[in-house]
Design a binder for this molecule. Structure first.
Ligand SMILES: Cc1cc2nc3c(=O)[nH]c(=O)nc-3n(C[C@H](O)[C@H](O)[C@H](O)COP(=O)(O)OP(=O)(O)OC[C@H]3O[C@@H](n4cnc5c(N)ncnc54)[C@H](O)[C@@H]3O)c2cc1C
Length: 440
């Protein structure tokens, strides 16, 4: 029987290196969809779309160098597949895992139109690979981490070799704009999908290989320095892991090379497992996207506080510096994210969902599982057993991790003098009471 072409759907794997999609033999139609359901919610100035656009055009170029190409669509994925199926026949669509609620529902809908061949790529482990002995998901990180280390095999970091593929005949040059009414073509540009090119920071413009090369000399001191926000001591790879411009397996192989040269890679590996833990949790408990796991306390709505936080006018220097960094670059250091999220949920007592949505709008590396579960962790509403006592003191944190105030001075204007909108001690006390009452 003659085999029909298969669709290779690139999503969170925007690269040619070590990509399972390119390891499947036969005739192929490689595609990328600028999904209108996602894009319609974003500002035309969204930096991530500039990043994705560059990643997509680079991918297209690299595929061309291999005798392949990339068909780029703009529309609702369901309409795109319906449109393709009205004109051609395919055996299947192949794509790698995307586990948030929207992605799972979208993939389910697509699978009703065409057999869906799910590949393992975005994460080290499948969502059901690191479970407790009773088959239930772990709720606490350390046992999950220990089990992950037991389950981890060389096979988790093998490199997918690309094979000879036959490119399906298709109009690859234009952007295909698909609606339920039909198709229109346009030239491929950011403007054609309604976005204004944004200036990315030098770091955001480095390739993953360049980022790894810069990080190599910092890896040994990662555990010692990673919390110091002015030191740039972390890898800065989260956006590449988010969009798959770097394969998680390549990163693991790189890490294993560093280990062979005597560096203790465990602390960095541990952080990668946090990403796995959060993805696993959101997969098994999709309601965590909006609902608390434990406590009934949901925060107190206060638009004045929320506005002050989002415009970096809380009067708490480390918090305002963090928010300014986020607004100006789409970046925020992990320790500062923790301080900001604690301040937001414990001192301002705002609903964590508001803070999560604010980060989701601006973070370059925004990833539903890491963001949602980190906010729930900070709010004390998540899966952790005894969390509500955890209230960061922003002043102490700042003194400890930014003693010389380098980070603060880098991000705050020189004439910055705002009185704090809440008193730390009094607001922490209030938070503890709310949490205690909510438990009873
Ligand atoms: C409130 C809050 C919101 C967050 N939102 C996101 C988000 O939307 N997307 C996101 O990728 N990370 C998020 N994080 C986790 C963490 O802040 C970022 O992954 C990290 O700052 C990225 O910088 P890096 O690549 O230099 O990290 P590195 O320290 O170099 O770590 C290497 C990689 O490990 C993973 N990682 C590290 N720390 C964590 C962590 N605590 N949780 C999950 N994964 C981790 C990331 O993929 C990261 O790229 C959030 C943390 C907090 C406290």
């Amino acid at each position: 029987m003659t085999k029909l072409p298969r669709i290779l759907w690139f999503r969170r794997d925007l690269r040619v290196e070590d990509n399972p999609l390119l390891s499947l033999e036969g005739e192929v139609l490689p595609i990328f969809i600028f999904d209108t359901a996602i894009l319609s919610k974003l500002s035309p100035h969204d930096r991530r779309v500039t990043f994705i656009y560059h990643a997509v055009t680079t991918l297209k170029q690299k595929l061309k160098e291999r005798g392949l190409n990339l068909a780029v669509f703009y529309g609702d994925p369901i309409e795109v597949f319906k449109h393709l199926l009205s004109q051609y026949a395919f055996d299947e669509v192949c794509a790698s895992g995307d586990y948030d609620e929207y992605a799972l529902a979208r993939d389910r809908d697509v699978s009703h139109l065409l057999p869906f061949h799910a590949l393992q790529d975005t994460y080290i482990f499948r969502p059901d690979e690191v479970l407790k002995s009773d088959g239930k998901p772990y709720l606490v990180f350390t046992p999950f981490y220990n089990r992950a280390k037991e389950v981890f095999r060389h096979a988790h970091m093998i490199e997918y070799q690309s094979v000879e593929q036959k490119l399906m005949n298709f109009a690859y040059d234009p952007l295909h704009r698909i609606t339920s009414a039909g198709e229109a073509t346009d030239s491929l540009s950011l403007e054609a999908i309604g976005f204004i090119p944004q200036l990315l920071t030098p770091h955001q413009q480095y390739s993953p290989d360049e980022k790894l090369a810069r990080f190599r000399s910092k890896l040994a001191d990662y555990p010692k320095n990673r919390d110091f926000m002015a030191l740039e001591a972390t890898s800065g790879l989260s956006t590449d892991l988010r969009f798959g411009t770097l394969s998680i397996r390549s990163l693991l192989r790189w890490l294993s090379e560093q280990k062979k040269s005597g560096v203790d890679t465990e602390p960095f590996f541990r952080q990668l497992i946090f990403r796995e833990f959060y993805a696993m949790l959101l997969y098994h408990f999709p309601h965590l996207a909006t609902k608390n796991f434990r406590y009934p306390f949901c925060g107190i709505e206060n638009n004045e506080y929320f506005e002050a936080f989002c415009s970096a006018r809380t009067g708490v220097p480390i918090v305002d510096a963090g928010v300014r960094e986020l607004l100006e670059s789409g970046e925020m250091h992990n320790r500062v994210r923790m301080i900001c999220a604690s301040f937001f949920t414990k001192n301002l007592l705002l609903p964590w969902q508001w803070g999560e949505a604010f980060f989701a709008r601006h973070l370059m590396d925004y990833d539903a599982s890491s963001n949602i579960l980190s906010w729930q962790w900070s709010a004390g509403t998540g899966v952790d057993p005894q969390p509500y006592f955890r209230i960061f003191n922003p002043a102490t944190q700042s003194e400890k991790f930014d003693k010389q105030k380098d980070y603060i001075h880098k991000h705050l204007p020189p004439d910055y003098t705002l009185p704090p909108i809440v008193d730390h001690k009094a607001s922490s006390q209030k938070a503890l009471e709310y949490f205690k009452n909510a438990q009873q």
